[in-house]
Design a protein around this ligand. Structure first.
Ligand SMILES: [Zn+2]
Length: 279
């Protein structure tokens, strides 16, 4: 995970349909708050449910802006996957219900369903298999339960790292291809677990990428003014002089740009190749 800089380009549909939709949801809730609220001895199935319109937050213009702002990467795992999968518009604070002690608690953060600052683009696996309705707090007393308490949202002590508002690199780094919480900090540990950042297939993908970068680094270290090194490289790679010069240039370019936020697995790259971190 890295920090996501969202553009100020809030999609128009969130400003018109989204705001109207939020007002509707808040009015509906205000008519009978208890009917929408989980409580003891009442099954969640019996509660009234606020109807959230997925055509608003899931509008193409919303998704496209998120994809652009996030450089086509999943907000959690930093994989690039738009060539093979659609991805989800994900709500950082769950819209319908959140999980607590393995139970769903209604309502969720319904008033943030169409809020630009609550929306992220994620891969389906991070969203549907891991993050889902999870939204643990470090201090349950700070939970904002409905829109009438929304002014306290900035005081809510959420455990999960919010890549829109915080820099995940202050909490999570990588030991080779494996994510670790810096100094075992609780928020990093919970985020790695909740978002599934340590899952095997992701670790394998990162390892493959990391090994590739290590090779690019080695090749880009070849001094193209050193005749002896060039001749040696020509023999090693069975390439002509022109090919090897071009090869070094390409490797240099790939390696030097690897830590940029536009490329995948940026946090892992920055954790492993400190020379790439400028300033
Ligand atoms: Zn992901």
């Amino acid at each position: 995970m890295i920090k996501i800089s969202k553009s100020n380009n809030t999609p128009q549909t969130l400003l018109d349909k989204g705001i109207a939709g939020k007002i509707r949801l808040c009015q509906e809730y205000n008519l009978a708050p208890l009917d929408y609220t989980s409580r003891q001895n009442i099954s969640n199935k019996k509660l009234k449910k606020l109807v959230i319109d997925n055509s608003i937050y899931g509008d193409t213009t919303v998704k496209e802006q998120l994809i652009t702002d996030q450089n086509e990467k999943c907000c959690f795992c930093e994989a690039k996957f738009t060539a093979t999968s659609y991805g989800d518009v994900e709500h950082f604070r769950p819209k319908k219900a959140y999980k607590k002690d393995r139970k769903l608690i209604y309502p969720g953060y319904y008033w943030l369903s169409y809020d630009w600052n609550n929306l992220l683009f994620s891969c389906e696996k991070c969203n549907r298999s891991f993050k889902k309705n999870e939204f643990p707090l470090l201090d349950d007393e700070t939970r904002v339960n409905n829109h009438n308490e929304a002014h306290n949202l900035s005081d809510e002590k959420h455990t999960l790292i919010n890549p829109i508002a915080e820099n995940p690199e202050h909490f999570i780094k990588f030991n080779q291809h494996i994510p670790v919480a810096i100094d075992n900090n609780e928020r990093g540990t919970t985020s790695i677990k909740t978002f599934g950042l340590d899952r095997a297939e992701l670790n394998n993908d990162r390892l493959e990428y990391l090994n590739g970068l290590k090779i690019f680094k080695k090749i880009s270290d070849i001094d193209d003014n050193n005749e002896e090194r060039i001749i040696h490289a020509m023999a090693t790679f069975e390439m002509s002089r022109t090919e090897i010069i071009e090869f070094i240039k390409t490797a240099k370019n790939l390696y030097e740009n690897a830590a940029k936020k536009e490329n995948r697995f940026t946090n892992m790259v920055r954790s492993n190749f400190l020379d790439l971190i400028k300033n």
